[in-house]
Design a protein around this ligand. Structure first.
Ligand SMILES: [Zn+2]
Length: 286
């Protein structure tokens, strides 16, 4: 692919839930557009009452995969019509994308967490729980969206690929809780990389590895870097900050770092304070 080639456009619809930091999610996903030229994410904010599929998926409940698949069939056509109509009303020139990904908080009745059909993918994150961190929720969404971009670019990687958990982004990982390995430090294994070559996407494996390596996020202390912006948006990325210590862990770390001398000084100060307290009491009694 040359520099001038058009990227593969992927429309993203996020069905927000309470407590979801939508600004942080959108920022991190869109930041990937600057890091490579093969695919491009673009957000669309359709009202959930405008489409039967979105209405079904706008829930934290269990939804049937069969019904979902049925409603996915014409979703691309319905969305493209909606985008064209709105763009015409606003006098905008660019047409709609050919592929869409819906990020939902629901769960499928078979507990798998993705469905792909007719140019649309659904990522069902209802089974994501806090104990699965690290990585954080946003890093899960980031990696799973990159996976869908691969599906958009490579026909041979559209289905499930390999059962073995290799830490490859295309690991099958039946349950969401098993997906953390590929999200934490996903790479592209030799098998999947060969498939990308066959699908005439020779630069894709490197682009994916770069995105999931996350070094491009930079330092959270620098407000100009993506990691710094995420801090401003009040979101703690695992990759940039690491896991936060519990109060107990922080106390024990502080004890270790202060060392015996400091502790002795502290104890000395405590004894003095107790002495003053008693002396004060005595003085007050006179
Ligand atoms: Zn692989």
């Amino acid at each position: 692919m040359t520099q001038d080639s058009e990227p593969c456009r992927v429309g993203v619809v996020i069905l927000p839930a309470r407590k979801m930091n939508l600004a942080a999610i959108q920022f991190l996903i869109l930041a990937m557009n600057k890091e490579q030229t093969l695919f491009q994410f673009e957000f669309y904010n359709f009202g959930t009452d405008t489409d039967p599929l979105l209405e079904l998926l706008d829930s934290r409940k269990t939804v049937g995969r069969k019904l979902t698949k049925r409603l996915m069939l014409d979703f691309v056509t319905r969305s493209q019509t909606r985008i064209r109509k709105r763009s015409d009303e606003l006098g905008l020139s660019e047409g709609p994308p050919d592929r869409f990904v819906i990020v939902s908080q629901c769960r499928f009745d078979d507990n798998f967490y993705t469905a792909r059909s007719g140019g649309v993918s659904v990522i069902a994150l209802g089974n994501w729980k806090r104990f699965m961190a690290p990585p954080s929720f946003v890093e899960f969404v980031q990696a799973l969206l990159v996976r869908e971009a691969i599906a958009a670019l490579c026909p041979s990687l559209r289905g499930s690929v390999h059962l073995g958990t290799k830490g490859c982004l295309l690991d099958f990982t039946e349950h969401l809780s098993d997906a953390r390995q590929k999200v934490l430090r996903g790479y592209v294994c030799h098998h999947c990389s060969s498939r990308m070559q066959e699908d005439e996407q020779p630069a894709l494996a490197d682009a994916v590895t770069h995105l999931l390596d996350r070094q491009w996020l930079g330092q959270p202390t620098d407000p100009r870097t993506p990691a710094g912006v995420m801090v401003s948006l009040r979101y703690d990325l695992f990759t940039a900050k690491g896991r936060q210590e519990t109060p107990k862990e922080a106390f024990l770390t502080a004890l270790r770092q202060e060392g015996a001398k400091q502790i002795t000084t502290g104890i000395g100060a405590l004894i003095l304070a107790v002495l003053f307290f008693f002396l004060g009491l005595k003085t007050g009694g006179r």
